[in-house]
Design a binder for this molecule. Sequence first.
Ligand SMILES: Nc1ncnc2c1ncn2[C@@H]1O[C@H](COP(=O)(O)OP(=O)(O)OP(=O)(O)O)[C@@H](O)[C@H]1O
Length: 451
Amino acid sequence: MTGPRILLIDDEEEMRRSSAQALELFGLEVDTFASAEPVLELIGFAFDGVVVSDIRMPGMDGMTLLQRIRDVDPEVPVILVTGHADVQLAVSAMRAGVYDFLEKPFTAQHLAGIIRRAMDRRSLVLENRRLRAVAGKRDDIEARLPGRTQVMVDLRYRLRAIGATDADTLIIGETGAGKEVVARALHDISARANRPFIAINCAALPENLIESELFGHEAGAFPGALRPRYGKFEHGRGGTILLDEIGSMPFDLQAKFLRVLQERVITRLGSNEPVPLDVRFVATSKVNLEAEVAAGRFRADLFYRLNVATLHVPSLAQRRADIPLLFLQLVREAAARYVRNDVEVPPELMTEIAGRSWPGNVRELRNSADRLVLGLDTSPEDGSPETGPQRLADKVAAYERGLIATALAAHGGSLKPVYEQLGVSRKTLYEKMQKYGLDKNISATAFQDDL
Ligand SMILES: Nc1ncnc2c1ncn2[C@@H]1O[C@H](COP(=O)(O)OP(=O)(O)OP(=O)(O)O)[C@@H](O)[C@H]1O
């Protein structure tokens, strides 16, 4: 993050030069601009500074600039300057949330005083946001990512360190290890905590719609685009965007996404006008992206750009000592969810759980905890058929899982025919796959015990 900045905009060169010089005499360093447009690109939720702008300018005027800045972050102080005593304008500016409104002529000392107060105020806002985000979240991280093994201690340490920055982050880990949990924790401890968190599953976006889903479009950008629409990137303004399974992003799109990462602007489909984008990107991958790069499926430049702040989420195999405690916690959570308070974990079961291999990681462990609480066999999904008495809901769930697994296997990894065949929405299918720990590439033999 950069230090405090003063951005001064005036279309008259002489005014810019003399104001900047005068403010420097008061110890204030100023960046000057002849128009408002480039300033917008510098404004973000983490912007640490103040904007001073003339009102009347060709191109974007000061009032529009004020509104555009307030769309990004209403707490960036904007000071407007006018050469014409105009009460109506002053009232509109106050209503629009201007920090202060100055009429020429004024002394540099007067302006410097206002700027200093505005800078103090901005620092306070940023500090408050940071404290609010961190306070109460420290213990929360341990609760969300429990574990006493060194790999988990390291993960929490790095998570907090990266959470205090605004760096784009890559999260690597096996399926079900908790990458999304880590991404949410990162958002919640960051200065962006009270802004949106948008999760996008790159593997789930239909290829023909992916660009308009992410970038949005103008009316008429393609047949059926009747109205302009924000894309998911713009919906995340000020917040965090999680790109789940970045390795599945189509190759062509990777180049466009790299440009977004580097230039922090997006261009909606059907438009030529780039729009500034203030978000933090977090990407996850369960595959080794270096191997994907070597195989020519993932762009090397995008990989290097992403691989700066990296978090490795350990698999359960890398932290076996955490399994018993984690299992007990998941059983407690499941008991609360299913409103059961009579659940016990027999010691023999605990020994068995601790010794078993968990290729599906925490997700699989959590499914076993759920099954225990529901009175079902705790074997992994591909284990022995269920025995003993079952509640109707459990039988229905097992049947539903079987139907989805069959349909998935029949369509070899492509989801559209699956949700169409089952008559559910894409979202519902995803939720159910998640719930039952099913992968779209399930093989026909992996689930035969379920039916
Ligand atoms: N440390 C943890 N404590 C409790 N639950 C966890 C933990 N880590 C993950 N989970 C649970 O395990 C499941 C899988 O987690 P998550 O979706 O974050 O994994 P993932 O690594 O993103 O998986 P995938 O790569 O398959 O999308 C979720 O239900 C999540 O709530």
